[in-house]
Design a protein around this ligand. Sequence first.
Ligand SMILES: [Zn+2]
Length: 457
Amino acid sequence: MHKALVDRVIFPAQEWLKGKPTYALLRSLERTQWLDARALRELQFRAARTHLDFAYREVPYYTRLLDEHGLQPHRIQSFEDYARIPCLTRDLLRRHFDDLQPRRRLRGVQRMSTGGSTGSPVTVLVDPERAAFADAIRLRCHRWYGVGMGAREIALWGSPIEASKQDLVRTLRDKLINSRFLSAFDLGEESLSRYARILRDYRPQKLFGYASALSLLAGYLQREGLAPEPGSVRAVFTTAEPLYDFQRSLIESVFGCPVSVEYGCRDAALMATQCPSGGLHMPVEGVTVEILAAPGEPHGERGEIVVSNAHSFAMPIIRYRTGDIGALEAKPCACGRALPCLRSVEGRRTDFLVTPDGRVMHALAAIYPLRDTPGIQQFQVIQERIDLLRVVIVRNDLFTGAVADTLVSSLKHLFGGGVSIELELVDTIPPLPSGKHRYVISKVADRFFEGFLETRA
Ligand SMILES: [Zn+2]
């Protein structure tokens, strides 16, 4: 499909059909990225205030909360005032699910279940504008690398729907926008060799996907001498988990192009995308990030990332505690954009699981069925041996025997017949010494990867 046709006709038409103002937002973001710091700060505050007006007017939870604290929108005149609004948490999202929705129901709203970075599942509602804003931020970032909409793309990705239903509509849609989907839930040798053939034939200009999955693919291509021609891939975009330095250098050397990371919290917002000069720019036109100083840390340094999303209407995200630890960057970015940057994001990590028949799966493959199971408050999956998964669950009343049976059979289906699944019901799952919760721990994957890396070297 011709690139300009996708960029100017097909993709805009598709977004219009979904009621998503992606292109209007992108045009505006293209302009505002060059504003100076002060103008950006004003714009950011106006967006946050307008959104707060909406929440106060339309959303019962916020009418009550702001009245209770005497923080009605007209009293919020600065970010200092804004920072007095009580934070939203995952637990509050669960408890006030109905109250957090506007009285007038919006169209085109989708439910999204996430595991978050703490391993306690939560469901949020996403309206077309929120989805469009995230897409527009991503597209702005892709244009920084000269690979906007219409450039041939490979997505190494996974979600239960995308992974299981590679149906005709999806395939057609992908073809229309020059995108190919490869499942990150199956990264065994056989699949990697198939992906290598697809890369060779399709000649993508950009790749998008999980950091760990892309670096595994890069490692395979290097080992087999199948790296793409230098200059053919223009940029690799990684998401959903931290990109370790060794992964970045491997991907850069195999694909011969820069790697850009993004940072987001699926519950709340896409919070930063990386420019070619290395800056993790925050889309402050619609997103506000605050750092809640950790005890013992000086104010403004390292702390918990709290985010507000001015484009969230079906379920307003206002001062949402992500559970991630990070810091803001004080120095301006060399690219010349005054969009402020995050300095670092720490503390998130997903892992891989290995199946008896040799498949390597992204940990999210096991997380999806768990977080979609009713009655699970919190969970942890521990791969004790290649043929034994222990699933630790904090449950509520909705978790019945029948639900447990369904869960076990879907995990068995995922891992193959030879695997035993042990469910263990507990009252609490203690966090790691660092205070974080690991929702998947594989005692097998590290050994497997060491072997993999050795054979590669
Ligand atoms: Zn920059």
